[in-house]
Design a protein around this ligand. Sequence first.
Ligand code: NAP
Length: 312
Amino acid sequence: MAAHSKHIYEKVALIGIGLIGSSISHAARRAGIVGTITGSARTPATLETAKRLKLVDAAYPTAAEAARDADLVILCVPVGACGSVAEEIAPVLKPGAVVTDVGSVKGCIVRDCGPYIPSGVHFIPGHPIAGTEHSGPESGFAELFDNRWCILTPPDGTVPSEVAKLKSFWQALGSNVEVMPADHHDLVLAITSHVPHLIAYNIVNTAAHLERVTDSEVIKFSAGGFRDFTRIAASDPTMWRDVFLNNKEAVLEMLGRFTEDLIHLQRAIRFGEGETLFKMFTDARAIRRGIIQAGQDTAAPNFGRDGKPGKG
Ligand code: NAP
């Protein structure tokens, strides 16, 4: 069959068809930029759902079957699973193919997948900064990446035209694209995504262990702020376990700084230093305004409660 002129990649393989994999399928179909989409997942239930929702043209129980002959292979599995998937697909990758991923940590992808990528295959790790707290093939939607950033972290020596092509693919999915080194990505995401998730998990656990406040009170009065943390803390435990195991250094660095600032606040409260508190809260408010001005959120008061893009 002749290649369609609008297609950026003719055959795309999605290894893992959860929130991100299914959203890529929806957005790629919306843009009309791919020919066929193959997919693989671990469980028959996910494969069945992917077929039923027409997320893929062919669904396979192994990554190697899905990746065979693909022009673009996208690893959409938890970061801790990417290395073994790369090892599995290496023998079937066709010369000139591009292998990328969507993992929330990038240094570990270079470390775990890089050694398996055959010469003649282009390896360009990536991370769309877009997500929700929902998982699985039914949770995806075409608009997930619209006006969100996607970061590509090509290792030194990657062919520039292949980076440009993958960039155009993500732009067609709706994203803005930035290129940066993997270690810088991991540092930035530690403070913008990983530490906030850790704080959310922790505060929800702290509330769960309180003895003098009942569970029903925590739920009843949650609109005081707690509710927003529970949304973040509802994120997939496997994904987030892998993020913290694989971005250890950057997270510990940012957590150290966070702890110092928290102690500063604690001291200000203890000694009644209202001016310190007021200044810190005023500075924080300006950051929120900056995010709205940059188009990364709306000023709508229901932010975060409609399941729409926000994190990753
Ligand atoms: P998800 O909805 O849970 O889907 C994960 C997919 O990977 C499923 O198809 C699952 O198959 C498969 N899978 C899970 N463990 C596997 C393993 N050990 N080996 C092979 N396949 C496995 O996850 P997701 O939210 O799409 O996340 C996928 C990747 O995107 C992660 O690396 C994550 O860091 C990154 N990411 C997530 C977000 C977000 O907000 N969720 C945002 C940006 C990037 P079964 O369904 O058959 O179990």
